[in-house]
Design a binder for this molecule. Structure first.
Ligand SMILES: Cc1cc2nc3c(=O)[nH]c(=O)nc-3n(C[C@H](O)[C@H](O)[C@H](O)COP(=O)(O)OP(=O)(O)OC[C@H]3O[C@@H](n4cnc5c(N)ncnc54)[C@H](O)[C@@H]3O)c2cc1C
Length: 279
């Protein structure tokens, strides 16, 4: 049953510092606050009656969490995204189009335009769904998440962030404040396979940069196919062998959106697009 809105509490900090203090105090009191960004995931759970929290921290007004910048030059250059960067921001950013076009491609396939206008990268990461479309892109690049609490910041490699299905190392007193992505070299590919072109959650989603691939909707968390990458780095080009390695690294399941067998087959077919490009 839909959760009654009058039972919910929303705090609206004006600054990041204020937000982090609210999170700290709430965690200390044992009355944790759930961060609320665009609300496109949280409102679904509100409507479905599965919303966990009752107290929310509205991040939408925090200017410190907005903006896409590029720092450094050459090897060291990186894109930095504020956690409130929306999918529309990614689609429209000339920096993203130039340096990380697979993120613009992924963002343009998220939901519909309304969802792209409200849905954020921080929310996609924070929601921790294995089907989240930005995650393979961020996982295949060298991505670091900046987490902040009232005690300061810490940087976590995306590969170390998730601990299992919808579980991460983020503490209740922390926010994701930024996402830093080293500007990659190599051919970039993004493919999403869903029921239709818009408003469909992925059955399989993949991103590739050179020999690196990362896969969504095929395991409890986003998967970087390291053994496959080592095979390709070592000069291996046999498609059947590469597909076998990929099959060993992903663990698709049957669910309401697809079957394990279909997902495995689609993932192997998508891999065929990556291998010829690297001959
Ligand atoms: C109709 C529809 C279609 C959709 N289609 C897609 C799709 O195609 N692909 C896709 O990937 N997703 C899709 N989604 C899911 C959703 O839009 C995305 O996951 C989006 O990125 C969530 O961002 P948000 O800002 O709205 O997050 P919210 O709903 O505000 O939050 C989501 C979760 O992240 C946490 N969170 C938010 N910001 C932070 C932060 N800064 N630090 C720590 N935790 C944080 C929240 O506490 C919550 O647990 C769809 C949703 C709807 C309703």
């Amino acid at each position: 049953m839909r959760a009654a809105a009058e039972t919910l509490e929303v705090l609206s900090p004006r600054t990041l510092k204020e937000a982090l203090a609210m999170l700290r105090d709430a965690a200390a009191e044992g009355r944790p606050l759930t961060p609320l960004a665009g609300g496109t995931d949280l409102f679904v759970t509100l409507n479905a009656g599965t919303l966990q929290g009752r107290r929310f921290l509205d991040l939408w007004g925090l200017k410190e969490l907005r903006g896409i910048t590029k720092d450094g030059r050459g090897k060291q250059s990186a894109l930095r995204f504020g956690a409130l960067t929306t999918f529309t921001d990614c689609v429209r950013s000339s920096k993203v189009q130039k340096h990380l076009p697979i993120l613009a491609a992924a963002a343009s396939e998220v939901g519909g335009l309304q969802i792209q206008n409200r849905g954020t990268l921080g929310g996609n990461l924070g929601n921790a769904s294995p089907a989240a479309d930005s995650l393979p892109v961020l996982a295949v690049a060298d991505t670091t998440l900046i987490l902040a609490s009232s005690d300061g910041e810490r940087a976590i490699a995306l590969g170390d962030f998730y601990t299992g299905y919808r579980a991460s190392v983020r503490r209740p007193d922390e926010l994701i404040v930024a996402i830093e992505v080293v500007v990659p070299k190599g051919r970039q590919v993004f493919r999403k396979v869903g029921t239709r072109a818009a408003q469909a959650i992925s059955k399989v989603v993949m991103a590739a940069i050179g020999h690196r691939t990362a896969w969504g909707s095929v395991a409890p968390t986003v998967v970087r196919a390291h053994k496959l990458e080592a095979y390709l780095d070592g000069g291996g080009r046999d498609l059947a062998a590469a597909q076998q390695l990929l099959g060993d690294e992903i663990h698709p399941i049957d669910d309401i959106r697809s079957t394990a067998a279909y997902r495995l087959r689609v993932a192997k077919n998508l891999l065929a697009e990556v291998i010829p490009a690297n001959r």
